[in-house]
Design a protein around this ligand. Structure first.
Ligand code: ADP
Length: 164
């Protein structure tokens, strides 16, 4: 059984992430999407909400599982008994950081490899950050994220506005 993990913040998941998940699911017997519980970043969605969103939008892909994790991706990979870490590459700006991470991880754990999937062209510009920014100014984000995510982002932002 070949198993890969796909770690990230997914705050929130976009069509770009979903595309990588689908393509990875076609390559591996099982893909575990790892949702990073990162105390340094202050995400829009809690880790439970991000897991719920991913479960919802990947519900039709049988060999994909969603799990929250903290700490190092290589340790998460080992705990999942996965030998591969999937990462998506968009532009050259992603490359430098990703190469550094992959090389660091390779030294931390020689039996886990990083595999890069290049973004599909139609999602090359897409990031969770720009989606959140556009939504905060009232833009229609339905071209960037699945309908379920549109509703979650709208609900979250309107809840935040009410609290102001
Ligand atoms: P990070 O882990 O840096 O917080 P994200 O959660 O935004 O990043 O993304 C997780 C992974 O998905 C990363 O490998 C990132 O490069 C990749 N990714 C993000 N957006 C896209 C996209 N539009 N197309 C392909 N891959 C993407």
């Amino acid at each position: 059984m070949t198993r890969a993990i796909y770690p990230g913040s997914f705050d929130p998941a976009t069509y770009g992430h979903l595309d990588i998940i689908k393509r990875a699911a076609a390559l591996f017997d099982e893909v575990i999407v790892g949702v990073l519980n990162n105390s340094v970043k202050s995400p829009l969605f809690s880790v439970e909400e991000r897991v719920n969103i991913l479960e919802n939008i990947t519900g039709d892909i049988p060999n994909v599982k969603i799990q929250a994790f903290g700490g190092l991706s290589v340790n998460f990979a080992k705990n999942c008994e996965a030998k591969v870490i999937i990462r998506g590459l968009r532009a050259i700006t992603d490359f430098e950081y990703e190469l550094q991470m992959a090389q660091t991880n390779r030294i931390l754990s020689t039996d886990v490899d990083t595999m890069f999937l290049t973004t599909s062209l139609q999602y090359a510009y897409l990031s969770s950050t720009t989606v959140k920014e556009a939504a905060s100014f009232g833009a229609d984000i339905s071209k960037f994220v699945p309908d379920y995510v549109v509703r979650q982002v709208e609900a979250k932002l309107s809840g935040m506005n009410h609290r102001k």
